[in-house]
Design a protein around this ligand. Structure first.
Ligand SMILES: [Zn+2]
Length: 82
């Protein structure tokens, strides 16, 4: 068992706890991080992560192409087949 994966030591020598402890089981029982929740493999406690508000860039680039379709009136010549 390697507990080192639960910690991360920065260059300053600070110890960063990657996974939080389980509030039920107490310190020592890490919770597994899922994509949107934390789950304790010991008691099955699940804690949902807080959703970070996403900045929705509403950049409506509605480029109105006001290009007038100026079709030159061509005299349509009817070709009569002889
Ligand atoms: Zn637990």
């Amino acid at each position: 068992m390697s507990v080192h994966k639960y910690y991360k030591i920065t260059d300053d020598g600070k110890l960063i706890r990657l996974n939080p402890f389980c509030p039920r089981c107490g310190p020592g029982y890490f919770m597994a991080q899922n994509y949107d929740r934390l789950t304790c493999g010991h008691c099955g406690y699940t804690e949902f992560k807080k959703r970070t508000p996403k900045k929705e860039t509403t950049s409506e680039e509605s480029k109105k192409s006001s290009a007038k379709a100026e079709e030159p009136q061509k005299g349509k010549k009817k070709r009569k087949k002889r």
